[in-house]
Write a protein that binds this ligand. Structure first.
Ligand SMILES: Cc1ncc(COP(=O)(O)O)c(C=O)c1O
Length: 410
């Protein structure tokens, strides 16, 4: 399937939904994405025909289910150019992946005074697990600040990373859309002798991802933001790093053997996949990966560059100084996430008025409260795009903003 917006849209049944005779304008994909028919069908076909436990039973149906689950692992590995599918660990979501990193790598390797470097644009999922280690172990957290246009200010990066054990950063800000130079940051981490951890939750769904070109150590991301189902997340890691990490949760599937005296762990990735995993979700995830691959990640990125450019220009032309869009204006270093302040309207009021036009945006702190502090705001309105959005959605957003202005009497 070559990238054609009308064809793409037809693959998403929910986009045909109308409320009050108005079409759905879904601009909240930074939160979670909609699902194409291919994913919905793969999951229901699997449930109707092939559902069974994985790894535990030797009958043919269970073998089929195990193969489907492992097929998802191979698909994810291919999507991010991982050297081996065994390096892909399935979790519940990206948040569980970052917590797994903090627990299974952090606890054995960090102690009092050890330095973890984060940035001011992190999601809470890449802040709180490290703050928990600060409280428990006395780890020190240092912060990479931002430039005025919402990029990382790397002026002082050498000093910040000096003596650090971990540098954990987002590959794309869920608020500003900023795309930091991931490979450069991984190299800087390694030069300092630190582990390079990447929160790629917003990046993988929208870009060509190559974990080997990044030279990252550990990378967290989620299925539900990339056309797959919720309930399954991913952690990719270099095998030597994963191998040396402690197990995360204990129970079935993650053990090699258990006696009255203790246990030994299964090899990676099973070591980190205790209990019955998200089997049906893995099947849906595989279908999502294949859907994205058929369209081409480079084509998806190009579509979003064009759309983001159109949105930045349109909103600027129509509202000028009445709108403040946070983050870089150069689409080479930003993705399709537009957080903004509009006149002095409260983001929740804006969101409510937009909802009356069936325009779905997110209002709030976007799980990035420290960034809100840095920006000097309580909250923003955020429109976030994906492959099924077009310039017509941006026009509807702009018209709806106009109507918000009328209602609040400007
Ligand atoms: C940058 C970033 N990191 C992590 C997360 C957490 O993802 P999940 O909700 O899948 O755990 C999000 C979700 O919004 C995000 O945007």
């Amino acid at each position: 399937m070559a990238f054609d917006l009308d064809t793409v849209r037809k693959e998403f049944p929910i986009l045909a939904r109308e409320i009050d005779d108005k079409p759905l304008v879904y601009l909240d994909s930074g939160n979670t994405s909609q699902k194409p028919r291919q994913v919905i069908q793969a999951m229901s076909d699997f449930l109707e025909n092939s559902y069974a436990p994985i790894n535990r039973s030797s009958y043919r149906l269970a073998g089929e289910a195990t193969e489907a689950y492992e097929g998802a692992r191979r698909a994810v590995a291919r999507l991010i150019n991982a050297p081996s599918a065994d390096e892909v660990v399935f979790t519940k979501n990206a948040t569980e992946s970052t917590n797994l990193i903090a627990r299974s790598w952090g606890v054995p390797n960090l102690g009092e005074g050890d330095v973890v470097v984060l940035t001011h644009m992190e999601h809470h999922a890449n802040i709180v697990p490290w703050q928990m280690l600060r409280d428990e172990l006395g780890v020190e957290i240092r912060w990479v600040p931002l430039t005025a246009d919402g990029q990382l200010d790397l002026t002082d990066i050498g000093r910040l990373l000096d003596g650090a054990k971990v540098f954990s950063f987002t590959a794309m800000s869920n608020v500003l859309g900023t795309l930091p130079p991931v490979a450069q940051l991984c190299a800087a981490a390694h030069d300092a002798g630190a582990l390079a951890v990447v929160d790629a939750c917003q990046y993988v769904p929208h870009n060509v991802t190559d974990v080997q070109a990044w030279d990252a150590d550990l990378v967290a991301f989620s299925s539900h933001k990339m056309c797959g189902p919720s309930g399954i997340g991913m952690l990719w890691g270099r095998m030597d790093v994963l191998d040396a990490m402690s197990p995360f949760l204990g129970g079935g599937n993650m053990i090699d053997t258990v006696t009255l005296d203790g246990y030994t762990t299964a090899p990676v990735p099973a070591k980190f996949e205790a209990g019955t995993p998200p089997i049906v979700e893995a099947v849906g995830l595989r279908a999502a990966v294949e859907f994205l691959e058929d369209l081409g990640m480079a084509e998806i990125r190009q579509h979003e560059i064009d759309l983001t450019r159109y949105a930045l220009d349109t909103l600027d032309e129509r509202f000028g100084d009445d709108i403040t869009i946070y983050g870089p204006t150069d689409t080479a270093v930003r993705g399709g996430v537009l957080s903004f302040a509009f006149r002095d309207l409260h983001p929740h009021d804006i969101s409510q008025i937009l909802d009356e036009r069936n325009v779905c945006v997110r209002a709030g702190h976007h799980c990035a409260k420290p960034l809100m502090q840095v920006l000097g705001v309580q909250s923003t309105t955020r429109a976030s795009f994906y492959l099924y959005n077009g310039t017509d959605d941006v026009d509807t957003l702009a018209d709806a903003l106009d109507s918000a202005t009328d209602i609040f009497g400007f």
